[in-house]
Design a protein around this ligand. Structure first.
Ligand code: ADP
Ligand code: ZN
Length: 622
């Protein structure tokens, strides 16, 4: 794909070169043969019986004879067009030979066997060959088990790759426009580091690309290097985990040294989570020590170098929650960019990128294919195109048609279903109503945060869809009315499901947990219940009312108070539920339209939503 691509394994014994094992052996054999036939016996030697040799002596055909302990060699006189030939025969006890040579006037020399040469050729060389073959086999099989003494070094899979030119551009990565937008600044910086240096602008050192596998994080990092035309260094975090103590850290040090020499450039660490998991509490846990050494070295290197030189560290990870907080501190990976699964338009674009070099039949409709593949990541789509092209080729077609694509999709879905759930049509509908419910309630209430985006693309592990709300301003305090609106929004999803399907799904469980938690805090911590009055029923104030999820420590309560609290919590939730229900049933038509649009487009931006709803909110939240 890229015109010039240089991949250099950094360590000399990386294991990569043993891919050419057969060639290595062939070269050895040829070498042996050359040594055997040219160095010991120069020229082409023809073996003949001793009687023939004797005959040649008697005919006077030879010019020179060499007598070795076990062999005799005769060199013929130069003949027209033939040159001198060498014949060799195994010596036979023949006391008359010398006399005959003397008689014919043939020059003869004796030759002693060279014991060293003989020894080297017959013992040392074969042993060397065996040794190399053995090394090669060990190098290939290595990697799995840990603890192999010194061999672990030669066996390590961890490699640092350097590509002078990745050849990947932003055009090759589709459906991740927001991430690209955020990366533009970094490209600018890499192109002209001096400009930024002069202006004293602050450039992030570390950029963390967060998203599910196969969404194009590696590709994006390569595209940044490609767009900026700078070298791209990469290594994979997981390869360092099983390494021999000290080697991982040394590699990291080496990587940064190499990169700094090549600045401006990009260092990319794939699977950062494998290397940067939260460190174990006890330092003598063992087993993870190497990972911690490596991580420590990475932190040291990140702190130690100066961004202004033009080195940007990018890393990819799926779950950022498990990362060691030290990695996320300012000056390290403090810039996070979300690389999510693409929506329907993004999928169409990705399909188009991958179909660029494929001959499509007239009926191939990429839009339709995008609609058939909800939840697919870029890598899955690339797979589909590839599989479809293979199917078409196997069937002897000269263009890839819709049948091939359909079959490819079915195959890929079957494969994916083993790994993760792919939503069916009905489930998608439920999720769409659910999220529309949240969004519509939020936009109908005066104090709720504005909806930024609704989506039915699965995000993370648990969420099937999401409604993103952004506060209009930073909040330090919240009023009772605001909290009540928030509660109502949380219940909006479940309420919409009830309204439409007359039953509820398990998808609302997280909302309910959050709502209950919030209501309980209102009653017990903020004194917002009329019945119980302005009193706190908790030992300490909850540190963050905006952060539900963590159960508050219960104070010692009388049974009666506890019952009253439960009652009040239930009342708050019921009230919120009723409000949500009222909003959704009076605006049922909008709920339906929004759901249709959401099912079709998969994501709806806040502005589109407000345009659809039309009427501005009763009172603008301030
Ligand atoms: P990640 O690093 O997020 O796991 P990769 O960047 O390795 O994903 O993507 C794997 C392959 O999937 C890429 O080589 C590319 O062919 C395809 N791919 C993934 N995302 C995209 C995208 N957004 N646009 C085009 N191709 C993509
Ligand atoms: Zn919800």
């Amino acid at each position: 794909m890229p015109p010039e691509k240089e991949k250099t394994p950094a360590p000399p014994f990386g294991g990569e070169q043993f891919r050419q094992l057969p060639w290595l052996m062939l070269a050895m054999v040829i070498l042996l043969w050359v040594i055997g036939s040219y160095i010991i016996a120069p020229g082409y030697v023809k073996a003949i019986p001793y009687s023939d040799f004797k005959g040649m002596v008697q005919q006077g055909a030879l010019e020179e004879v060499v007598i070795a302990p076990e062999k005799v060699r005769g060199i013929t006189k130069a003949k027209e067009g033939e040159g001198r030939l060498t014949y060799e025969a195994v010596k036979v006890e023949d006391p008359d030979l010398i006399k005959e040579l003397d008689a014919k006037g043939i020059r003869y020399t004796g030759e002693t066997a060279n014991p060293w040469l003989y020894f080297i050729l017959s013992w040392v060389l074969p042993l060397l060959v065996l040794y190399f073959i053995w090394r090669a086999i060990i190098g290939r099989a290595g990697g799995g088990a840990t603890g192999g003494g010194l061999m672990a070094i030669g066996r390590s899979k961890a490699k640092v790759y350097m590509e002078k030119q990745t050849g990947v551009t932003f055009d090759d990565v589709a459906g991740v426009d927001e991430a690209k937008e955020e990366l533009r600044e970094i490209i600018d910086f890499l192109r002209e580091p001096e400009k930024y240096r002069r202006l004293g602008g602050k450039i992030p050192k570390g950029v963390l690309l967060v998203g599910p596998p196969g969404t194009g994080k590696t590709m994006l990092a390569k595209a940044v290097a490609g767009e900026a035309k700078v070298p791209f260094f990469s290594m994979s975090g997981s390869e360092f985990v099983e390494m021999f103590v000290g080697v991982g850290a040394a590699r990291v040090r080496d990587l940064f040294a190499q990169a700094q020499a090549q600045a401006p450039c990009i260092i990319f660490i794939d699977e950062l989570d494998a290397m940067g998991k939260v460190r174990s509490v006890s330092p003598v846990a063992g087993g993870h020590e190497e990972r911690e050494h490596t991580l420590q070295q990475l932190l040291v290197e990140m702190d130690g170098f100066d961004t202004r030189k033009g080195v940007i560290i990018m890393a990819a990870t799926n779950p950022p929650e498990i990362l060691d907080p030290a990695l996320l501190r300012p000056g390290r990976f403090d810039r996070h960019i979300l690389v999510d699964r693409p929506d329907i338009r993004g999928r169409e674009d990705i399909l188009r990128v991958h179909c660029k070099n494929i001959k499509l039949a007239a009926d191939a409709d990429l839009k339709l294919l995008a609609a058939r593949t909800p939840g697919f990541a870029g890598a899955d789509l690339a797979n589909i195109v590839n599989e479809a092209a293979l199917l078409a080729a196997r069937r002897g077609k000269d263009a890839v048609d819709m049948n091939d694509f359909e079959e490819a999709i079915n195959r890929i879905i079957a494969g994916l279903e083993k790994k993760r759930r792919v939503m069916n049509k009905h489930e998608q509908e439920i999720v769409a109503y659910h999220e529309s419910g949240h969004a519509l309630v939020a936009e109908s209430l005066p104090h709720a945060d504005r909806v930024y985006r609704i989506s039915i693309i699965p995000r993370g592990i648990a969420a099937l869809g999401y409604t993103l709300q952004l506060p209009t301003q930073d909040r330090y305090l919240m009023t009772r009315a605001e909290l009540l609106d928030r509660l109502t929004v949380l219940l909006g999803g479940r309420t919409a499901e009830e309204l439409v399907f007359n039953e509820v799904s398990t998808g609302a469980q997280d909302d309910l947990a959050k709502a209950t938690d919030m209501a309980r805090s209102m009653v017990t911590a903020y004194g917002m219940s009329e019945k119980l009055g302005p009193m706190t029923y908790e030992p300490g104030r909850r540190p963050l009312f905006l952060e539900p999820g963590m159960a508050a420590p219960r104070a010692e309560l009388s049974e009666e108070t506890a019952r009253e609290i439960d009652c009040e919590v239930r009342a708050l939730i019921n009230k919120a539920h009723q409000r949500a229900e009222k909003i959704l049933s009076t605006r049922r038509d909008i709920l339906e339209t929004l759901t249709r649009i959401l099912l079709e487009k998969e994501t709806v931006e806040g502005d589109e939503l407000r345009a659809l709803i039309g009427a501005p909110r009763a009172t603008e939240a301030k």
